[in-house]
Design a protein around this ligand. Structure first.
Ligand SMILES: *Cc1c(COP(=O)(O)O)cnc(C)c1O
Length: 435
């Protein structure tokens, strides 16, 4: 019992005196650093680390900026909801920093008078989608839908096909959301088939709007039918199209993905979409469409509660006007370029670890509730499955994809200039697993 290694766990004041932790205390405050030391001691007590490693382990817990930890996305999934969806472009990041102080978000500097909030971002949105007469930006796609259905249909009915009563994930259940707005859901058709006559029978003096939802994260195949927007528009009530993905114009690489220009061209009165999916911008809900309806939404009291901050407006503006955002670049990366990158990474790792790392085909995905059926062919490094945990808990954290008992490191969504860090992270994981 006397040689129980747990007796060697260093005391809190001894660990806190380490220079790195003294510096961390200035940055994070004493409570956070004490908590890190306590966690490290607990890990040693549980036998997860050796007592001598307590100091270093506590340092690793407080390394980096406080709050959200940056992650290298090696999953091959471009819009990864658990990783915060779209990574911002350099232009958008610069715009966020520039907007972080005082800005002219609601002021015309020429006249000195109050101006429309985020006018530049809205103008950029309309320039990118000329089919829309007006635009509004709210907190996210769900907020856009809530505002549209509340303003058009509170106390009335929202007609929607049973095949479109979807759950997008993360608690977004369309029927629940509509119910929360005070509008009544009028379901028509069946799960797999809904016809124009089903909608026509439901339309009446109590109809607030017809809602068309893009079931963005699954596909129904076989004996199915749904009614296109132009036919719905012929019925009279305004058609609201919830597109989800945020494509403003058609993309030939994503033929099944709806876009705002096409939906409005077919007669949708309003479209709603997310800013941080295929558009590749900050979290936002985009509302585009007929001027009088957008004005109605803008003037609704709820709009004030759902509005976005100056950072979102700045990031969105830069995303729309700058170079193509990372999500677009990542989904278009050439397969051969990924192969060459993987070969290069594998060669560097072979030098360091003296072991060959297989390079294998890897299918990426758009992810994040978009283009569920579209594969993105590429390549990945194949490591043993146990690497996944070590990579995830390293610094920087690397999230790989587990597939058929292997840990696949797919560089598609890792910025090329971070490749050296990827190699370091895999080497560190190898050494950790070797111990
Ligand atoms: C993603 C999605 C939403 C929700 O948008 P958020 O920006 O996550 O709030 C709503 N509808 C559809 C069709 C979606 O794909």
């Amino acid at each position: 019992m006397t040689d129980d290694p747990r007796r060697d766990i260093p005391r809190t004041d001894v660990v806190l005196a380490r220079p790195a932790l003294v510096t961390a205390t200035e940055r994070l405050g004493p409570a956070a650093v004490r908590e890190a030391v306590r966690s490290a001691q607990a890990a040693a007590r549980a036998g997860e680390i050796v007592p001598a490693a307590v100091g270093e382990y506590a340092e690793s817990l407080v390394a980096g900026p406080p709050g959200l930890a940056p992650v290298l996305n090696a999953t091959g999934i471009v819009v990864h909801t658990n990783l915060g969806r779209a990574p911002l472009s350099d232009a958008a990041v610069e715009a966020l920093i520039a907007a972080s102080g005082y800005t002219d978000v609601e002021l015309d500097l020429t006249t000195g008078k109050r101006a429309r909030r985020g006018a530049e971002a809205l103008a950029a949105l309309l320039l990118a989608c000329p089919a829309a007469e007006d635009a509004l930006v709210v907190n996210n796609g769900a907020a856009a839908l809530v505002l549209a259905t509340t303003a058009l249909a509170a106390g009335k009915e929202v007609i929607v096909s049973r095949g479109e009563l979807v759950e997008i994930g993360d608690g977004f259940r369309l029927p629940d959301l509509i119910a929360a707005t005070g509008a009544r859901l009028r379901e028509v058709g069946t799960t797999n088939r809904t016809h124009l006559a089903d909608y026509a029978d439901a339309v009446g003096s109590n109809t607030g709007c017809i809602l068309k939802v893009h079931p963005s994260n699954f596909q129904i195949s076989g004996f199915t039918s749904s009614v296109p927007i132009d036919q719905l528009a012929s019925l009279g009530p305004p058609v609201v199209a919830d597109l989800g993905s945020g494509l403003l114009a058609p993309d030939p690489a994503l033929p099944e993905e709806p876009d705002a220009a096409t939906a409005l061209g077919l007669g949708a009165a309003l479209v709603t979409a997310s800013g941080d999916k295929l558009l590749g911008g900050p979290q936002a809900g985009l509302i585009l469409g007929r001027e009088e309806l957008v004005t109605r939404l803008r003037r609704h009291p709820l709009a004030r509660a759902l509005r976005v901050d100056k950072l979102t407006l700045a990031g969105l503006h830069a995303t729309l006007t700058g170079t193509i955002p990372p999500v677009t670049a990542y989904r278009r990366i050439d397969k051969q370029a990924l192969r060459q990158r993987c070969d290069r990474l594998a060669a560097q790792l072979r030098q360091r670890l003296h072991e060959p790392i297989p390079v294998v085909p890897s299918t990426g995905h758009v992810g994040g509730g978009g283009a569920p059926g579209v594969p993105l062919p590429g390549w990945a490094l194949a490591l043993p499955e146990e690497y996944a945990q070590s990579l995830r808990t390293g610094t920087p954290a690397v999230l790989a994809r587990i597939e058929r008992g292997r840990c696949l490191v797919d560089p598609r969504c890792v910025p090329t200039d971070r490749d050296p860090e990827l190699v370091d992270a895999i080497e560190a994981a190898a050494r950790e697993l070797d111990r």
